[in-house]
Write a protein that binds this ligand. Sequence first.
Ligand SMILES: *[C@@H]1O[C@H](CO)[C@@H](O)[C@H](O)[C@H]1NC(C)=O
Ligand SMILES: *[C@@H]1O[C@H](CO)[C@@H](O)[C@H](O)[C@H]1NC(C)=O
Ligand SMILES: *[C@@H]1O[C@H](CO)[C@@H](O)[C@H](O)[C@H]1NC(C)=O
Ligand SMILES: *[C@@H]1O[C@H](CO)[C@@H](O)[C@H](O)[C@H]1NC(C)=O
Ligand SMILES: *[C@@H]1O[C@H](CO)[C@@H](O)[C@H](O)[C@H]1NC(C)=O
Length: 604
Amino acid sequence: MAMQMYVTIATCCLLGLMTSFPSVQGRAVGSAADELEGLEDTVVPLGEEPLPSLHRMRRSPSALTEIMTRLSRNTRQVPEHVRSQEVYKRMRTLLLLLRMLLGSAAKVDILQFVNWDRTIEIDQLFYTAPTTIWEVQHILRVASMLGMRVRATGVGHSRSPLYVDEGNIMMDVRNLQRHDGPRMELHQPTPERDFTTVTAMTGVIERELNIFLTKNSVTMLAQPVNDVETFGGMVAAATHGSTWSAKTYSGYVVEMRLMDSAGRLRRFTNESHPEIMKAAKCNLGMFGIMYDITIKVFPTFKAKVKNEFVTVGDLIYNTTRLKETVESNFLTEISWFPVNSLTDQETQAYERDDVIPATWDVKQDLLWLRTINEATEDEVAGLEMAPPGYLPTNGSLSGGKATGLTRGRGAIKVAQELPTVSYHYLVNAFPVILPPRWGTETSAAFMLNIDDQFKRPAEALQFMIETAEQQIKANNSSPLNALLPRFFHNDDCLLCPGNNDITMTNDSHRTLVIDFLAPPAQAGFYPAARSFVEHFRSQKVRPHWAKRHDNIPGIIDIIHQVYGDLIPEFSRMRKLAHVDPCDMFMNAYLLQIFGRNTDWSCPR
Ligand SMILES: *[C@@H]1O[C@H](CO)[C@@H](O)[C@H](O)[C@H]1NC(C)=O
Ligand SMILES: *[C@@H]1O[C@H](CO)[C@@H](O)[C@H](O)[C@H]1NC(C)=O
Ligand SMILES: *[C@@H]1O[C@H](CO)[C@@H](O)[C@H](O)[C@H]1NC(C)=O
Ligand SMILES: *[C@@H]1O[C@H](CO)[C@@H](O)[C@H](O)[C@H]1NC(C)=O
Ligand SMILES: *[C@@H]1O[C@H](CO)[C@@H](O)[C@H](O)[C@H]1NC(C)=O
């Protein structure tokens, strides 16, 4: 009977809506182009939507079920929270409306969303996975009519506050197919662009992209430590690697097509809209539903991977050596797994007493130092290039199944099993880990400018190592299981944390990412993140957008101070591009940073 009531409400609301809006498909956009003074050329004509049978194929949602669980309210326990129930009631009503308005144009369900490491749980949202650009268009027009927010999602690899707010629409872009070309496409240099580029759909997974790049003898210069993220997700949040002179994915974007909140397919290029592109190439989802992205690629080369082990004391406490190491290698990846230098005897004592032996010296712990450089012709003469190698960590950077403080030993042993030297085409040389298999593991990551004497990176790394050391000695517990500093080149992109406009004295134009991992509930993990941010607050510390950071006190002020004019500049470009006058693509967290759009052209 309750159900009956919602149907009644839905029908009445629907009738109300029907009278104010003629129909979804027929909604006038004729006047829309007038708003785009000077940007009319960014509208891509979509033509007629093909017959439904041509695009109704749906992929099996195998990867999807890993992170999304269907909300089956009929079989669920009675919800504990009245609020949650109220939200759900409202959503059932809205779902009927959404389904009626969309008809057969697209499928929407209510889902409970949990991201890959279970650090982000959103009770209820509307989930849709369009396969065509026309489906995206229908959904955005209906959302606009109902005043709902929409945000894109891919693999759910981010741990950041970038997901759509409860009760709004999460649009999974992984099944989206390109209507006017292949899913991935290589372009030879043109008179306008004297370099090779690749266009790929936003939902392409990095692993797929790497195979395509290798087949076409081209490469990216850096990539994150896992290869299951979507291309669009990496671009939208300026995902980085650890290559000294390579930028983040955002830094190589030259063209982007996206659907704006009016359901128009728009195309922006670095050549025609350089100022808008500075905003669009790291837009945190605020520019709309990204469709395909074109990036600059480089001729591939054969790379030599070296795995070495050096002590914390020798590398992190010798600024000269740290600087020389990072500057002289094409890519440097340093990993510290705490308390890995215990002897067998000390380990037995720890396992017996639960107390770290006083003889443990953090400076004697080993660092796994992985470097990548272009191989010489002699080195690779007659050699087959090895395929991509996954680090044998069994899906955990922090030591497989070992628990307690012996996991550091387990982790370093796994790394020590790797060959000392191996040769690959570059994209296959990058270190790759699998997502955690056991329990949860999360990471926090903050960025700092690298000065040309490496004082700040040394100070930052020593700070984290000593924070961990103190807790280990005082409490026999560690705030982190792995510390993974990374280094990359800055860009002119407005919201990129590695930014040419965020400068410090003696700047190297590079950014340090201090990334550390632990299960989110591990004692001291969030306090360590907080004290790091407090300590480096005067040195323009800033969060990695794609990592958990909204729980740091004062983070919004910190972001405002560090980015300064870049934030209003981004908002100005977003407004100029006219992609989202009514803030359809925002969420509550982003509104705190960027504020509401005060554009007069939002009809509400
Ligand atoms: C995009 O254009 C700017 C100039 O406006 C240029 O500096 C930058 O290198 C271009 N990006 C790429 C990836 O070519
Ligand atoms: C620091 O590293 C440099 C360069 O590798 C080396 O020459 C120097 O001896 C090291 N200093 C100490 C105190 O080990
Ligand atoms: C990883 O898994 C393999 C088999 O799946 C096993 O042989 C190995 O011992 C495991 N390593 C760790 C560190 O758990
Ligand atoms: C000390 O360790 C225990 C678990 O081993 C943890 O519950 C507690 O919060 C820790 N205290 C501090 C100050 O880190
Ligand atoms: C900048 O570099 C100079 C030497 O090149 C050095 O004397 C000075 O202390 C450095 N400043 C900072 C803030 O690191």
